[in-house]
Design a protein around this ligand. Structure first.
Ligand code: CA
Length: 486
């Protein structure tokens, strides 16, 4: 896919198949004109502010950007217009490809994972689930220069105070020698490395697990995996507990989704709930809440404390469910079926990244200029889908890539042009260096995971309210208190 000003900016929505019913242009604001004079003046002020007290002037000057990056302000203010369904979100994050990558990673890093499990008490597959969803097992780290992004966000628009703290922390990380300056790239908002930690989370929770004296979450898989385990442990992970399980509700049962309303397993047994396969609920969860991501007619889950630790990584229930489900499939080492036992309440389920690539290839073959095949249904692809739907009289022409559209376009493609099962242009399964554009776009899919409203200049000893910056399943950016749900 060609990197356009639009395709660099659409955050999680690009990767998870947000349903756009309008054109790309309508979906996001224009890149603002930012005054460089104002920017440089702001940086002069920051340099002497209390927030940057721990940053020496050599470090500050050496990594001081010469220009602001307007695209990060555009990203900050990007609000998708249309809600994305949970099945579209999960079908991309938990597909056959990612499960297989996870099984391979589990074998490759088994010794390290065993050591991490014994030190932090966090199950290997739970660490793998986070790693897979956050950075595609270290393959998608983000390529935006961190100092430029954070400096721009520190000087313009909303949340400047928060980003000033993160900017100072990013400089401290380089000053401490943990990460090479050239490795300080990440998402537009400053999350970086294989764990996609924000700089403040890094300073708080990153660990040196390979013993070289540096906490290198960019290049060291042991450091990254151990830091993830340390994060989950720090957020209250319970050793030996599952995250929860899919359940079956008894006939006539009604409840609202409320995962925070934790009850004992015997309570749920008495209510008539069973495992999704009909087996009785095991006793390995101390308490659990009911999660109904698509309401009473969709898959149902009982989730315990460890689900909450996934949630604390990025406060979205669908995000936490993706980690949970991916970790289960890696545990079972089964990539043959990525669906839940109960079907989603839709007649048009979501598609995998593989199917996305096939759709893109078919669109290219049909003459639509979507740039290339990367398996990510971004705005170019969505617009092309909408045009294709309109030209074929498919209703609604909503630009959504679901199973129905997949069948429609693959059925219409000449068999010689699109091969079933393999994309015709044989792109690598994951965006490695050969698929740089995929990386450039996927970098936008990671989310900072720790948000503090407490200015560094006014440290609070108690009651330090912490927030996470969250991109929810619908792509909406919001602040959520860290203690929510715990
Ligand atoms: Ca290290």
């Amino acid at each position: 896919m060609r990197l356009t000003p639009f395709s660099t900016l659409s955050l999680l929505s690009i990767a998870v198949g947000l349903s756009f019913a309008s054109t790309a242009q309508a979906a996001r604001p224009e890149a603002p004109n930012l005054s460089n004079a104002e920017f440089q003046q702001c940086l002069d002020g920051l340099k002497n502010s209390s927030k940057f007290r721990g940053v020496d002037s050599f470090t500050f000057n050496n990594y001081r950007p010469t220009q602001p990056d307007p695209s990060v302000i555009q990203s900050l203010n990007y609000q998708p217009e249309f809600q994305k369904d949970v099945w579209d979100y999960l079908s991309v994050l938990v597909d056959k490809e990612r499960v297989e990558d996870g099984i391979r990673a589990k074998r490759q890093w088994s010794d390290t994972l065993r050591q991490i499990e014994s030190r932090y008490g966090v199950k290997a597959e739970h660490v793998l689930g986070v790693w897979g969803v956050e950075s595609n097992f270290g393959q998608t780290l983000g390529t935006k220069p961190l100092f430029e992004s954070l400096a721009t966000l520190s000087c313009f628009d909303r949340r400047q105070s928060y980003f000033q703290g993160e900017y100072a922390n990013a400089l401290k990380i380089v000053q401490n020698g943990d990460i090479a300056p050239s490795d300080m790239t990440g998402s537009w908002a400053g999350a970086f490395g294989q764990t996609q930690f924000m700089p403040s989370t890094f300073l708080e929770l990153a660990v040196d697990f390979d013993g070289d004296g540096r906490r290198d979450l960019v290049n060291s898989v042991p450091d990254a995996l151990a830091s993830t385990a340390n994060f989950l442990d720090n957020r209250g992970y319970r050793t030996g507990e599952p995250w929860g399980y899919e359940v079956k509700l008894p006939d006539g049962f009604w409840a609202a989704s409320n995962r925070k309303n934790k009850k004992s397993i015997s309570h749920w047994r008495n209510q008539g709930l069973t495992l999704a396969n009909g087996g009785s609920l095991p006793s390995d969860l101390s308490s659990a809440g009911l999660l109904l991501p698509a309401g009473i007619d969709g898959p149902a889950f009982l989730v315990g404390k460890n689900f909450e630790t996934f949630y604390s990584y990025n406060a979205s229930e669908n995000y936490a469910l993706a980690i949970a489900h991916l970790s289960d499939l890696i545990t079972y080492e089964d990539s043959s079926k990525t669906d839940f036992v109960t079907a989603w309440p839709t007649n048009d389920p979501g598609i995998s990244r593989q199917q996305s690539k096939e759709i893109q290839q078919a669109l290219l073959n049909a003459g639509y200029d979507i740039g290339g095949v990367d398996g990510i249904i971004g705005d170019n692809t969505r617009t092309a889908i909408q045009q294709y739907q309109t030209s074929k009289g498919i209703f609604p022409a909503d630009g959504r890539a679901g199973q129905t559209f997949y069948r429609a376009i693959i059925g219409n493609a000449a068999p010689s042009q699109v091969q079933y099962g393999q994309p015709a242009n044989s792109q690598p399964l994951n965006p490695a260096s050969a698929d740089r554009m995929g990386q450039l776009i996927q970098q936008q899919t990671t989310i900072p995971n720790s948000y503090s409203t407490q200015p560094a200049a006014q440290p609070s000893t108690t009651g330090n309210t912490r927030y996470r910056r969250v991109t929810d399943a619908d792509g909406t950016i919001k602040l959520v208190r860290v203690d929510e749900g715990s």
